[in-house]
Design a protein around this ligand. Structure first.
Ligand code: ZN
Length: 381
């Protein structure tokens, strides 16, 4: 072990003998009492020294071996220590791809803050490489989500859409102007490849995935160009994902409202069918209007504010990554919405409906948590 204080967390003395690691309340930790000598010793925890050398240099500061051991143990328990060699074989494989890791250093640093164990952040980052995500839709929102997932280290990102790129599909972070007139799926595939932090996954060897055996889908992101299919998702479209137990996340823009969620864990959280049933209960006229909206011919270009679309894509990608990393992000069974011009993000829980065939009604949060953990274990294995 070569203990290293997580560089992502800024350090400051909070009064005479307490040190605070981290700025924001979400991840900040305070440790004390801490004397000046121990404070100086912290400077040595930069990942270049093993424990024997640390003990030796501590003696020069009049700190005993036991003091060093207790301090290192406390720092580890507080989630403040990283180790440049920890994280398992996938993390080691990522370290050997120096150029990829260089590009992903900020992502690795962010994950190190979230995952307390030494090497935990890099382990999660490396595990993304074996994961497969399908993005359905290559408009302003869908293409940008696919690009962000690819750039964040997800090894297999596929994009499904039809037709050819229109001028209004073009977006910074999404499809480029040069792709106008090209097939959308081809343009999106190129975008994914260009955005990848390390090029396409290697085949064979340690950590590689042979081309003939694509890993199972970890997640589907439903980001159609038609925002109505996100705001009022069609239960029939989702039926195969419910049947196969595939987690899916909705994201899009309708009129001047951005929508992220719900993330549906089939049989665990409310699905498109649950949502439709709740809506019809709350507003008996809703199904009638929905039928009209769906059947209406849409020849005009749909409203989609570029800033809002980019925000939706970023938030959705971030929630997707959190789920892939083994967490249950705030869009699990809930939907985040922001409407122009105030763009005040608000969430609404979308609970299971007892009459829905998905069977989510009656499940508990504890079961969901263990389901997400199991998904991470399988995917990382
Ligand atoms: Zn349902």
């Amino acid at each position: 072990m070569h203990p290293m204080l997580k560089p992502a967390l800024r350090r400051a003395w909070r009064g005479r003998n307490t040190v605070q690691f981290g700025v924001t309340p979400a991840h900040a930790v305070t440790l004390g009492p801490m004397d000046i000598a121990t404070g100086s010793f912290l400077e040595l925890l930069d990942g270049t020294r093993g424990l024997p050398l640390l003990r030796e240099e501590a003696r020069a500061l009049d700190l005993s071996d036991r003091h060093v051991d207790i301090l290192v143990s406390r720092l580890t328990q507080a989630g403040l220590l990283d180790d440049p060699d920890a994280g398992g074989p996938e993390a080691d494989a990522l370290r050997r791809r120096a150029e990829t890791l260089e590009r992903q250093r900020p992502d690795a640093a962010a994950l190190s803050v979230v995952h307390p164990a030494p090497g935990g952040g890099l382990r999660r980052l490396a595990a993304r490489r074996a994961m497969r995500v399908q993005v359905r839709g290559a408009g302003r929102v869908g293409a940008a989500i696919a690009a962000v997932l690819s750039g964040s280290g997800v090894g297999h990102v596929e994009v499904l859409d039809g037709g050819r790129t229109e001028p209004w599909d073009v977006a910074p972070g999404g499809l480029p102007a040069s792709s106008v007139g090209e097939r959308r799926d081809t343009a999106a595939r190129q975008l994914v490849r260009r955005s990848s932090a390390g090029g396409p996954p290697r085949t064979g060897g340690t950590g590689g995935v042979p081309p003939s055996t694509d890993p199972a889908l970890s997640l589907i992101v439903v980001a159609p160009r038609d925002g109505l299919s996100v705001y009022a998702p069609d239960p029939d479209d989702a039926a195969p994902w419910i049947a196969s137990g595939t987690p899916h996340l909705y994201a899009g823009v309708i009129e001047a409202t951005g929508v992220v969620g719900p993330l549906v864990l089939p049989g665990g959280t409310g699905c498109a069918g649950c949502l439709a049933l709740h809506r019809a209960e709350a507003d008996p006229q809703w199904p009638r209007m929905l039928a009209q909206w769906r059947s209406g011919r849409r020849t005009c270009v749909q409203a989609c504010d570029l800033g809002l679309a980019t925000a939706v894509a970023g938030l959705a990608a971030s929630h997707a990554l959190s789920f892939l990393d083994g967490e249950l992000p705030a869009c699990t069974g809930a939907r985040w919405e922001a409407a122009m011009p105030l763009l005040d993000w608000r969430s609404e829980r979308l609970g299971p409906h007892p009459d829905c065939a998905c069977g989510a009604a009656g499940h508990t949060e504890v079961e969901l948590t263990s389901a997400a953990g199991a998904a991470q274990d399988t995917m990382a294995g």
